[in-house]
Write a protein that binds this ligand. Structure first.
Ligand SMILES: *Cc1c(COP(=O)(O)O)cnc(C)c1O
Length: 240
């Protein structure tokens, strides 16, 4: 490719990303308007797994701050090389206990805490860094055995245990419903997650501000059901 074509291509790519970003933000705003709390803050996490650094930099250059990654090594490499942009990183993938020490302190939020063992490892690392790590508990509401997340029946016990860990701050819950091609099928999972947060807040006497739910195929339904964080990849970056 000659330099002219390369510049042209990157300009074209930036234009597409800008259109995608504007479109997603407009759809979020429209969905919010239909709710009982139109002023709720909804954070858009741009899911950048398997996307090249140039596209992440282009989106960051357009003002997108929050990025979500699923794989530890890939994420750390991108964070190191992103350059001088205002970015915050979210760990949203399944996390093995033996990788927890690479994650605590590096991410603004870990969305995928699903076992006490994992929570303890994150806490241990956070303690050694003398920080408090914000986390969400991922709930497996469909009971799918291959998916990450704590089974719903074990959520109260895990929540209580996480609250006892001084170097973690439990900010809320995350869900990833099974894949549906109809967003209405995801909706009951979103309303269920909100209900579970409410019950935990009541029973444990705590405040958990965040519900991380909604992806490219269903983020409007999630916003309508109370999401404060949506995780959107394909609708922003295109296919992976
Ligand atoms: C990949 C991924 C997303 C984004 O999915 P899209 O359909 O591309 O928007 C959101 N959340 C999690 C946990 C993911 O792994």
């Amino acid at each position: 490719m000659n330099p002219f074509d390369a510049t042209e291509k990157s300009r074209e790519q930036k234009k597409i990303l800008q259109n995608n970003l504007e479109s997603v933000l407009a759809r979020v705003a429209r969905a919010l308007e239909t709710t009982a709390e139109p002023h709720r803050e909804v954070t858009l996490v741009a899911v950048s797994k398997k996307q090249p650094l140039e596209k992440i930099q282009a989106l960051a250059g357009l003002g997108q701050v929050h990025f979500g990654e699923n794989y530890v090594q890939e994420a750390l490499g991108k964070m190191e090389n992103i350059g001088d942009y205002n970015t915050r990183w979210h760990f949203i993938g399944g996390l093995q206990t033996n990788k927890a020490r690479h994650v605590a302190g590096k991410f603004s939020m870990v969305h995928s805490v699903d076992s006490l063992k994992l929570a303890r490892e994150l806490n241990k690392k956070a303690k050694s860094l003398n920080i408090v790590q914000p986390v969400l508990i991922q709930v497996n509401l469909a009971g799918e055995s291959q998916k990450y997340g704590v089974p719903e029946k074990d959520l109260p016990e895990l929540s209580e245990a996480v609250l006892d860990l001084d170097h973690l701050r439990l900010d809320g819950l995350m869900v990833m419903p099974p894949f549906f091609d109809d967003p209405e099928k995801s909706r009951p999972f979103f309303s269920r997650l909100k209900r579970l947060r409410h019950d935990l807040e009541q029973n444990l006497g705590i405040n958990m501000p965040h519900l991380s739910m909604g992806m490219s195929g269903d983020f409007e339904a999630a916003v309508e059901e109370g999401a404060t964080i949506i995780r959107v990849g394909t609708s922003l970056f295109g296919t992976r």
